[in-house]
Design a protein around this ligand. Sequence first.
Ligand code: HEC
Ligand code: HEC
Ligand code: HEC
Ligand code: HEC
Ligand code: HEC
Ligand code: HEC
Length: 501
Amino acid sequence: MTEQPKRLWRNPASLLGLALAFIATAVGLPLMFADLLSAFNNPYAGILIYLTLPGVAAFGVALALAGMLWERRRRRLHPDEAPALLPIIDFNDARQRLTLAAYAGLAAVILVLLSVTGYRAYDYSDSVRFCGLVCHQVMKPEYEAYLHSPHARVACVACHVGPGAKWFVHAKLTGLYQVYATAFNKYPRPIPTPVRNLRPAEETCAQCHWPAKFFGAQQKSFVHYLTDEKNSPWRIQTLIKIGGGQSAGDAPVGIHAHMNIANEIYYAAADEKRQDIPYIKAVDRKGVATEYFSGESKLSPEQAAKLPLRRMDCVDCHTRPSHVFNTPEQAVSRALEAGLADASLPYLKREAMRLLAGEYKTEAEALAKISQELPEFYRKNYPAVYAKKEAAVRQAAAAVGELLRENVFPEMKADWRAHENNLGHLVSAGCFRCHDGEHKSRDGKVVTKDCGACHTIVAQGTPEQVAKARLQAQPFKHPVDVGVDVTQMRCDSCHNGTSGL
Ligand code: HEC
Ligand code: HEC
Ligand code: HEC
Ligand code: HEC
Ligand code: HEC
Ligand code: HEC
């Protein structure tokens, strides 16, 4: 019998590779079963179990194979050292049969493991845990706001990636850059919006929503408290015309019809944030185009028409479907309405808004300031109230701290100031980016600013007035007299999220 040549894997590189693969598998397998079987919810464990350890094992196997190839080449070049022979497999030899069966078994086990880890890695890298928690500091604002949104049960990837291989690959490639940016602290604060490479909304939102089927109007109540000593409540009840594209008559009615379905609307923006819109092109169902130019733009019509066009879709209005950073005005009004803080404390609305809108470097600094300054305000200015209602004051401070935690993120500079909500027109230009009465076509058509075009106000005033009102269409009444006709102005020229404090 000829002497068996030394096995190819007996070289330093292959041995090291095999050792690595063995250790990674030995550590990873028990962890993986623990993770699969328990409700064990640590976001970092997934990185180790499904990304790092399989990566190390795969690297080990690759190293072992490379070592073997290299060894074979070396033997070919120096045939006298060790004759390069292909193994002779003899099924009559019981030992060889056994070895072969063992190899086949091992290969099958590895295949199963690879498919489980591969599937889990895919699943894990698409999970809300991974998107929201792993880069904790970076994603904290979006994740926190998401948890309080109507979409808290919708996975991040349903909106940010969507189905299909192309967008999956696209997302994983940009993801690699994001991992690098996070690891080396190279990410922008805040993360800029609009998200340039967001997938077209028809392919994400439309998986679940079908605005063509919306019709009629939706009732919506807006609740406010004013900045006076009594924190006077003020309510506005509206019917918002959310109608869709399949209305009976020829003329489409309502917000979703005009914007998206029947008509195509293209626009050009003069700024990064798409807030300044000098040019609009609307194409109706028959294909007739109307161009509108803004009378307020610094650009001439010719310059404006040359800017790159964007087709308007869901996220041009719904900029914050999931990451809702409430303004201090909204946050405090809602907390007072919900009874989270005692609305009988004088000037609570004003003081709470002022604290939420402060300039802070960290969340800890902000929370410390709130829990110190709010009680201080009452101790100094309303000692009698403070003596009687100290507990309520402390509770109000805790509630304001909670509002800050949910809506303002100093470390990432993310809040209502950084991320405009385009759905409306009170605090940012929103609909009035185009519907400001200044966008006109050459033949005199105007993109409407008529207060009744998008909604009907059916009741407004103090809670008592609203309770007694017979619901009927009425002109808007501004809650305080500011000496000008506000309907002739852009609301966001005064309203900045803190009632203009
Ligand atoms: C309902 C759909 C939806 C879901 C679910 C969703 N997002 Fe978003 N996300 C958006 C939209 C729309 C934007 C803003 C797009 C724009 O203005 O260009 C956005 C913006 C962002 C931004 C950019 C910064 C910002 O605040 O605008 C980040 C980061 C982000 N999302 C992360 C996440 C993470 C992490 C999750 C899961 C925890 C998630 N998103 C879930 C729709 C969604
Ligand atoms: C995976 C399904 C899914 C996707 C994708 C999705 N949504 Fe939703 N959306 C929902 C569900 C479910 C609700 C209702 C939540 C509830 O009422 O509790 C909802 C509610 C809403 C609402 C009503 C919110 C409110 O305040 O009542 C809006 C607006 C909305 N979605 C817009 C969007 C937009 C814009 C996108 C794309 C960026 C999107 N959705 C993507 C499932 C989805
Ligand atoms: C000239 C400045 C100015 C303009 C323009 C203006 N407002 Fe106001 N608005 C105020 C002031 C001041 C208050 C009182 C704030 C307080 O005391 O709480 C207020 C209060 C409100 C409130 C009560 C909630 C809050 O934020 O305090 C609503 C709602 C409101 N305005 C709606 C509008 C709408 C809608 C428009 C645009 C059509 C508009 N305002 C334009 C100055 C303005
Ligand atoms: C022109 C701006 C605009 C566009 C474009 C737009 N929407 Fe809306 N949408 C609105 C407004 C305004 C409302 C009323 C909601 C409110 O005021 O809270 C609304 C309401 C909704 C609601 C809640 C309806 C309900 O019955 O509760 C959903 C869901 C929704 N939109 C989904 C979408 C989707 C999906 C798209 C893209 C196909 C889209 N919208 C495009 C402005 C728009
Ligand atoms: C990019 C510009 C742009 C923005 C932003 C925009 N619109 Fe429009 N909207 C238009 C144009 C242009 C028309 C007229 C369409 C035409 O000529 O057929 C229109 C028409 C409408 C109409 C029909 C009005 C009528 O009675 O004829 C409604 C309702 C409407 N928009 C609601 C909204 C709402 C609500 C928002 C904000 C959430 C909004 N739009 C934001 C450009 C815009
Ligand atoms: C192009 C459509 C459009 C036009 C024109 C329009 N609005 Fe609105 N308005 C909206 C939408 C959409 C909302 C709902 C925003 C939301 O759901 O947060 C809204 C909300 C409001 C609110 C409630 C805001 C709050 O937070 O309490 C008031 C008040 C209001 N509009 C007054 C007016 C007045 C006054 C005019 C005329 C100068 C006007 N609107 C013209 C689309 C429009």
